[in-house]
Design a binder for this molecule. Structure first.
Ligand SMILES: [Zn+2]
Length: 211
């Protein structure tokens, strides 16, 4: 099965993609791990990508698409793949569809306010990089890292204004991609609010998988 995950940053895609990956026994491919792997393997495309990155430049869309094509046609993906964070634009979706038929584009529906709330409760230790949450995973002593005793901080990226800004950009980019898959009859939506296991069960029902 070739599956695309669409969901805002903070919508919980990472956790759920682990469940889906285990059930389907297919790899999760993100643009980041695709680039890292190609560079580590030293493929032609990987070398090209490395040259852009070493120069502090963004890797061009076409190169990402070529890397994706190479990966999806490799034996790793013989049983399918889960794409996370790609395609981001309709142009990328069209390019993908030209060499690989997607089965389902699964959209995680989480209200922006819920994501802002989740992120606003995060507390990070800048020293040892532990992450806590004031409600779901609080430190033993408020404001202090359990592991190293450092004072916890709210990362700038987790501030409500910054999160909302990122969500706006996400929606602007992603709505057309959702529409594209809707027209192909491949879009499925899952409500991404609730307990992790509840959300997993909803996803598995949509995908026709057993837990
Ligand atoms: Zn710490």
């Amino acid at each position: 099965m070739k599956l695309i995950l669409l969901g805002a940053p903070g919508a919980g895609k990472g956790t759920q993609s682990d469940f889906i990956k285990s059930a389907l026994k297919v790899p999760v491919i993100s643009t980041g791990n695709l680039l890292r792997e190609a560079i580590a393997l030293g493929t032609d495309l990987g070398k090209q990508a490395k040259a852009y990155m070493d120069g502090g430049n963004l890797v061009p869309d076409q190169l990402i698409i070529d890397l994706m094509k190479e990966k999806l046609q490799s034996s790793d993906c013989a049983n399918g793949a889960i794409l996370d964070g790609f395609p981001r634009t309709v142009a990328q979706a069209e390019a993908l569809q030209s060499f690989s038929d997607v089965d389902i584009a699964l959209s995680f529906e989480v209200p922006d306010e819920a994501i802002v709330h989740r992120m606003a409760g995060r507390r990070t230790c800048l020293k040892c990089h532990s992450v806590y949450h004031v409600e779901n995973n609080p430190p033993k002593v408020e404001g202090v890292c359990d592991k190293c005793g450092e004072a916890l901080t709210i990362r700038r990226d987790d501030n409500p204004d910054v999160v909302l800004q990122r969500l706006n950009v996400y929606h602007e980019q992603t709505e057309p991609v959702k529409h594209y898959y809707e027209q192909l009859g491949k879009l499925r939506s899952v409500e991404g609010v609730g307990e992790v296991e509840e959300i997993r069960d909803r996803i598995f029902a949509v995908l026709g998988l057993s837990v």
